[in-house]
Design a protein around this ligand. Structure first.
Ligand code: HEM
Length: 303
């Protein structure tokens, strides 16, 4: 005999309300922890230079485990940060069956991100793939699902419609990105250039117009724009915009010898402090007139 409507509906509503309350409470707790980390990072001294990665973690004293370029059979993603960790054996070199929790720990140790940031992105990725962050594993290639996190108008890859294999870095696009650098390194006597947040915004604007002009399937919603700026902002924070380091990391997916993260925050770069850069990039993106972009694309083809 069917149960009374009010009983069934009441149970469903109670479960839905409990799920909402749980989500709100866990989000509040999570962002409170991130806020505390942000404040502590401001009031406490930074990690000393040369000691951002604590001994005996991989990369301590600038000594990264041996680099080995990926084999044909290895799994790789469209993400230089994850690929580089596999290329050095910080995560399994074949890039397969990686636990989300191990990816979080590796991000925290290798790039000096806070525990909150290092949890958030892999947790989000696990949800996107319909997997359990705490129990499941992932192959790097799984992250390449188009319009999951991977999106059009990237700064280091061609669009999916032109290059369905998203893992190989596109060197010409990376060179164009690095050539946008306008900042000046204050520590260099030779006026060495640095990539800045506004350079990232300029190149993002150009890439968005190029994609619109050349990719009949072009899409880039607000969420993917923000994710793109999030990825881009790691170049100016964790890499301090340094062109030599970025070139090795983005093209060879290798951590440069002697390199350590440029941000030395005591408890790692928090979501809150990182998002300042993400917004500085995304809010400054302006799409140039397609006429100029088309002309510059023609010029590049003639070269
Ligand atoms: C589990 C964590 C992560 C996942 C699942 C992930 C995933 C991805 C994906 C799918 C892309 C391609 C996006 C596109 O189409 O442009 C990407 C690009 C990128 N990611 Fe990650 N990523 C993670 C962590 C990180 C971290 C920790 C860093 C920095 C230290 C980073 C830096 C970048 C950069 C610089 C790009 C290139 C952006 C571009 O080409 O426009 N990622 N990531």
């Amino acid at each position: 005999m069917p149960r009374p409507f009010l009983l069934v509906a009441g149970r469903k509503l109670t479960f839905a309300a409990a799920a909402i309350v749980f989500r709100v409470l866990s989000a509040t707790a999570f962002f409170s922890v991130d806020l505390v980390i942000t404040i502590l990072n401001v009031v406490l001294p930074q990690k000393p230079m040369g000691k951002v990665i604590p001994y005996p973690k991989p990369g301590a004293k600038g000594l990264w485990p041996q680099y080995r370029a990926p084999l044909e059979s290895d799994s790789r993603s469209a993400c230089p940060a994850l690929n580089a960790m596999c290329n050095h054996g910080i995560l399994a070199r074949d890039g397969r069956k990686l636990s989300f929790k191990d990816i979080s720990a590796a991000i925290q140790d290798t790039y000096n991100f806070s525990p909150t940031f290092s949890f958030f992105v892999p947790h989000y990725a696990a949800q996107m793939l319909g997997r359990d962050y705490f129990k499941d594993t992932v192959d790097l290639n799984d992250f390449n699902v188009h319009n999951g996190i991977e999106h059009d108008a990237s700064l280091t890859r061609m669009d999916h419609c032109h290059e369905p294999e998203q893992h190989p870095p596109h060197h010409h696009t990376i060179d164009r990105l690095l050539n946008c650098a306008t900042g000046i390194d204050p520590l260099s006597s030779r006026g060495r250039k640095l990539l800045t947040d506004s350079d990232l915004a300029v190149f993002s604007g150009i890439r968005r117009v190029e994609s619109r002009l050349t990719n009949p399937q072009y899409t880039l919603d607000t969420f993917h724009k923000l994710f793109g700026s999030n990825n881009a902002a790691t170049m100016t924070t964790i890499f301090g915009g340094k062109l030599d380091d970025l070139s090795v990391w983005l093209k060879e997916e290798k951590l440069p010898d002697g390199w350590e993260p440029r941000r030395r925050d005591r408890f790692g770069v928090s979501m809150l402090s990182f998002n300042r850069h993400v917004l500085a990039v995304e809010l400054a993106v302006e799409e140039p007139d397609p006429k100029f972009v088309r002309a510059s694309m023609k010029e590049q083809m003639l070269r």
